[in-house]
Design a protein around this ligand. Structure first.
Ligand SMILES: CC(C)(COP(=O)(O)OP(=O)(O)OC[C@H]1O[C@@H](n2cnc3c(N)ncnc32)[C@H](O)[C@@H]1OP(=O)(O)O)[C@@H](O)C(=O)NCCC(=O)NCCS
Length: 160
C-alpha cells in the first residue's frame, strides 16, 4: 500500500453518512477477527455514552477512535489508522481527542500483548501496563490492560 502524506487531516465526531467508510477503514486497519462491522459501528454511534471520533482527509475516513464512560472511567474501545496514513501522528491525535472528549476518571484500554506499535503509542501518551487477561484474544493471545491516570482521578483499580 502506498503511503499518503497527511496534510489536512481533521478530527471530529463521526456522522451517520460516514459509518460505511468507517467500516471499510476497520477492515483495512485490523486483522479480520478484530475489525468492527457495520452493525457494531451503528450501535456504537447510537449509544449516548459513547464518543465516536474519526480522522478525515477530505472525504476519506483515515482513522477512528471510539471510547465510552464505564464506572467512572474513560475506556478506549477501538482505535485505528488506515495503513496508508500510519506513523504520522494521527493515532496520537485521535487518542488525545478522545482524552478530551471523555475527561472523567482514569483512561483504560486493552491491547494485544504482541501489538508493539500500539503499546508504544499508548506508553508515549502516558499509559502504563496494569494487568494481563490470559487468552483474552484467543488461545495464547493475551490482552494487556493499560491505564492512564489523569488529574483528579484516584488511580483506582481498573473496573472493566
Ligand atoms: C496503533 C495505531 C492506531 C497507531 O496509529 P498511528 O497513526 O500510526 O500512530 P502514531 O503515528 O501516532 O504513532 C505510531 C508511530 O509513528 C511514529 N511517528 C509519528 N509521527 C511520525 C512522523 N511524522 N514520522 C515518522 N514516524 C512518526 C511514532 O513515533 C510512533 O512510532 P513508534 O511506534 O516507533 O513509537 C495503528 O498502527 C493501527 O491502526 N494499527 C492497527 C489497529 C490497531 O492495532 N489498533 C490498536 C488496537 S489496541
Amino acid at each position: 500500500m502506498s503511503r499518503v502524506r497527511a496534510r489536512g487531516v481533521e478530527i471530529g465526531g463521526v456522522r451517520f453518512s460516514e459509518l460505511r467508510r468507517a467500516t471499510i477503514l476497520q477492515k483495512r486497519a485490523f486483522k479480520p477477527r478484530l475489525a468492527y462491522g457495520y452493525a457494531t459501528l451503528l450501535l456504537l454511534w447510537g449509544l449516548p455514552h459513547v464518543r465516536f471520533l474519526v480522522a478525515r482527509d477530505g472525504d476519506r475516513i483515515v482513522g477512528c477512535a471510539i471510547g465510552d464512560r464505564n464506572g467512572g472511567q474513560a475506556r478506549v474501545v477501538n482505535i485505528c489508522v488506515d495503513p496508508d496514513y500510519q506513523r504520522q501522528g494521527i493515532g496520537a491525535r485521535l487518542l488525545r481527542a478522545l482524552d478530551t472528549a471523555i475527561p472523567e476518571g482514569d483512561m483504560v484500554l486493552m491491547v494485544e500483548a504482541d501489538n508493539q506499535t500500539a503499546k508504544s503509542l499508548y506508553r508515549r501518551e502516558g499509559f502504563k501496563e496494569v494487568g494481563v487477561s490470559r487468552n483474552y484474544y484467543g488461545r495464547n493471545l493475551d490482552g494487556i490492560w493499560m491505564q492512564k491516570v489523569r488529574d483528579g482521578s484516584s488511580a483506582a483499580k481498573i473496573r472493566i
